[in-house]
Design a protein around this ligand. Structure first.
Ligand code: ADP
Length: 224
C-alpha cells in the first residue's frame, strides 16, 4: 500500500504539469511561437521524468521477480570488464559536463557476479557522481581486492551529503534535495536499485560523504 501511494505521489507532479501546459496550449493563441516552444519544452521534460520513473520501477520489479522465480544467476567473472562497460555507458553524459571518468581496476580481480545487473548498479552510481558534481571535475571508479571482500568504489568531488541523510538515501524515492534531484532528471530510485543489486550479490553498499567534500559510494562483494 505504501509503495502504491509513493508511486502515485511521484507520478502526480509530472502528470499535473503536463496536463496544465497542454490545456494552456489548447486554450491559448498558438501563434505565440515562443511561448508554444517553451511550453512544449516543459511538457517534454516532464514526459522524460515519467518515463525515467517507470523505467526504474520496472527495473526494480524485474529484479524482484527474477529473485522470486529462478533466482539471480551469479557467475565467476572479471570485475574490470563490467567496470569498463559501465564507464562507457556514462561517457557521453560525463563529456557533456566536461567531467573526466578515471577507471582503475586490476584485470585479475574476479567475483561471483551477474554482469548486466552489476553494470546497472555502477551506471547508477557513476550517473549520480556526474549529476551531483560541478562541470570540469573528475569521477573515479576503482576496484580493489581487500581480504574477504572486493570493493568497488565510485568517488566524486561534488556537493556531498550531510551525515544525517546517509542511512535514508538508499530508500525508494528518498532525496536530500527534491527540487535539485528533479531538475537533474532524478527519480529517487537509483540508489534503491543499487542496494537491491548489491544484496542480490550477497554484498552491500555503503557511503562516505561530507557536504562540499564529495562522496564515495562503495559496493562490497564477497571474495570468490
Ligand atoms: P536521484 O534520482 O534523486 O539521484 P538516487 O536514489 O540515485 O535518486 O539518490 C538519492 C539521493 O541521494 C539523491 O536525490 C541525492 O540527494 C543523493 N545523492 C546520490 N548520489 C549522490 C552523489 N554522488 N552526490 C551527492 N548526492 C547524492
Amino acid at each position: 500500500r505504501e509503495c502504491v501511494s509513493n508511486v502515485s505521489h511521484e507520478l502526480k507532479t509530472p502528470i499535473t504539469t503536463i496536463k496544465g501546459f497542454v490545456e494552456t496550449l489548447l486554450d491559448g493563441d498558438l501563434d505565440e511561437q515562443e511561448d508554444t516552444r517553451k511550453f512544449l519544452g516543459i511538457i517534454s521534460k516532464h514526459s522524460d521524468r515519467l518515463n525515467a520513473i517507470i523505467e526504474d520501477l520496472l527495473s526494480l520489479s524485474r529484479i524482484e521477480r527474477e529473485e522470486e522465480s529462478a533466482g539471480i544467476e551469479l557467475v565467476p567473472g572479471s570485475v574490470d570488464v563490467v567496470l569498463m562497460a559501465a564507464v562507457q555507458a556514462c561517457e557521453l553524459k560525463a563529456r557533456d559536463k566536461n567531467i573526466t571518468l578515471e577507471l582503475a581496476c586490476d584485470s585479475t580481480i574476479r567475483a561471483r557476479i551477474n554482469p548486466p545487473l552489476l553494470e546497472q548498479a555502477l551506471v547508477n552510481l557513476i550517473d549520480n557522481a556526474v549529476k551531483y558534481s560541478d562541470p570540469g571535475s573528475v569521477v573515479g571508479i576503482e576496484a580493489v581486492s581487500a581480504g574477504q571482500e572486493i570493493r568497488i568504489e565510485v568517488l566524486d568531488r561534488g556537493c556531498g551529503i550531510p551525515t544525517g541523510h546517509h542511512e535514508r538515501i538508499f530508500e525508494r524515492f528518498y532525496r536530500v534535495d527534491k527540487a535539485r534531484s528533479r531538475n537533474l532528471g532524478g527519480t529517487g530510485l537509483g540508489l534503491a536499485i543499487v542496494k537491491h543489486i548489491a544484496v542480490t550479490h550477497s554484498g552491500s553498499v555503503s557511503v562516505q560523504s561530507a557536504p562540499g567534500k564529495g562522496s564515495t559510494f562503495t559496493i562490497h562483494l564477497p571474495s570468490p
